[in-house]
Design a protein around this ligand. Structure first.
Ligand code: HEM
Length: 400
């Protein structure tokens, strides 16, 4: 069956206004696997069921990460906004299962060399410096001036990049996730900077993450390391920034997470975990491709069909969470980090957790009287199929 038959649009104003309502409607009409149309009428399946997503990501031989298998390449326009997510690249992280199985764990091990105490101290200093810039003013935009800045500043420390490089890097990594000519140039500039970093470490290893990759006996090429350093930056940036901002929004708008000096710290961990269930930054992942004809959730998937992983929809699956958000606290079985061989590496999750927790705790310590500067209904979200994050989070506080 052509998945475009009876497919619902998975883009546009209606989708972006309330994606959770779209997931609910798709589940009601089609069950755990629904035919969808991506931008430009490109057909795909959205996997909405928790068990079905788990099955797909747990079987990378059957559901490959390799976009070259796609049976719809002929329908993909040159300027397609999701092209960056389906374009094959010379990378261990994006490689097909056999190569990924041998090479990606080396990148995961490199991330595990990061010392959590060192990174938490570095993030504290980063957060203090950012807060110093607006603390005297009495108001700030916590997305633009705070959460959006922190993850890449932290990753630059982890990569051992000089502070002077960071503003350009932040600008380019953010830009490269968008569309158009400028985005392509920003991507090329960042990869070139990563390549220079790889060569610097080859000439003068310093025992850090990049040196680990350069010196590893597996023998990565310089291009491969540069691609994987870039991909890791991209994976870290909006995911962590949106995670932090979505948790702050919860803390600023919902009484049970209300920020106050006494209660604030206790609720940080709860808010962070609840966000990953209720309002995950990683809404949908593009994707997986069926390696053979197969039935999934009662639907006939054809060899080469694209499956979009509906991580947010799976987290809300009534089959596994019949009582809504009850029970989310302390339960880490959400799929926001995906799962399986291509899921977010455990070491990366720990780095992300350190960054988000530290970012929120430093803010609470420094500006404990922070309140939302606009009505919650006036907050706006970036229009994105893949990620859910605020465009801005205006707050006020007493000037310090
Ligand atoms: C410092 C922060 C982070 C770093 C360095 C990082 C790094 C990575 C890397 C290297 C991968 C690819 C793994 C592989 O293919 O072997 C990955 C995948 C992934 N990460 Fe993270 N990550 C970070 C934060 C996050 C956060 C906060 C979330 C969600 C809340 C997240 C969700 C994911 C997901 C869903 C995937 C799978 C993507 C796919 O299937 O294409 N990551 N991450």
């Amino acid at each position: 069956m052509d998945p475009s038959a009876g497919a619902s649009p998975f883009f546009g104003e209606r989708f972006h206004r309330d994606p959770a309502a779209v997931y609910r409607r798709l589940r009601r009409d089609h069950g755990p696997v629904a035919p969808i149309q991506l931008e430009g009428g490109v057909p795909a399946w959205c996997v909405l069921g928790y068990r079905e997503v788990h099955h797909v990501v747990g079987n990378p031989e059957l559901f490959t990460r390799d976009p070259r298998r796609w049976n719809q390449w002929h329908r993909v326009p040159e300027d397609w906004s999701l092209r960056a997510y389906v374009e094959p690249r010379p990378s261990a992280l994006l490689a097909d299962v056999h190569e990924h199985r041998t090479r990606a764990p080396v990148v995961h091990d490199a991330l595990a060399t990061v010392d959590p105490f060192e990174i938490s101290g570095a993030v504290e200093r980063i957060c203090d410096t950012l807060i110093d810039r607006f603390a005297g003013r009495g108001f700030a935009d916590l997305v633009v001036e705070y959460t959006h800045q922190i993850p890449l500043l932290a990753m630059a420390k982890i990569y051992g990049l000089p502070d002077d490089d960071v503003p350009m890097l932040t600008h380019d990594v953010a830009l490269s996730g968008q569309e158009g000519e400028e985005a392509v140039r920003a991507h090329e500039r960042t990869v070139r900077r990563m390549l220079r970093l790889v060569r610097e470490r080859r000439a003068d290893p310093s025992g850090d993450l990049v040196s680990y990759l350069v010196e590893h006996p597996i023998g990565f090429s310089e291009d491969e390391i540069a691609a994987d350093l870039f991909i890791t930056l991209g994976k870290a940036h909006l995911t962590t920034s949106d995670w932090m901002a979505n948790a702050l929004r919860l803390m600023l708008t919902e009484a049970r997470f209300a920020i106050d000096l006494a209660g604030g710290r206790g609720s940080v961990g709860h808010a962070l975990n609840e966000v990953l269930w209720e309002d995950t930054p990683t809404q949908n992942q593009v994707g997986r491709w069926a390696n053979q004809d197969v039935q999934l959730g009662g639907k006939p998937i054809r060899r080469g069909d694209l499956l979009v992983l509906g991580l947010a929809a799976a987290n809300a699956d009534p089959q596994v969470r019949p009582h809504g958000h009850e029970g989310a606290t302390g339960n880490h079985a959400h799929l926001s980090f995906s799962h399986g061989e291509y899921g977010c590496p455990y070491a990366a999750q720990e780095i992300a957790r350190t960054i988000t927790t530290t970012g929120i705790e430093v803010l609470l310590d420094r500006l404990p009287d922070t309140t939302l500067g606009v009505d919650p209904e006036d907050l706006t979200w970036r229009p994105s199929l893949l990620m859910r994050g605020l465009t801005s989070l205006p707050v006020t506080f007493a000037p310090h």
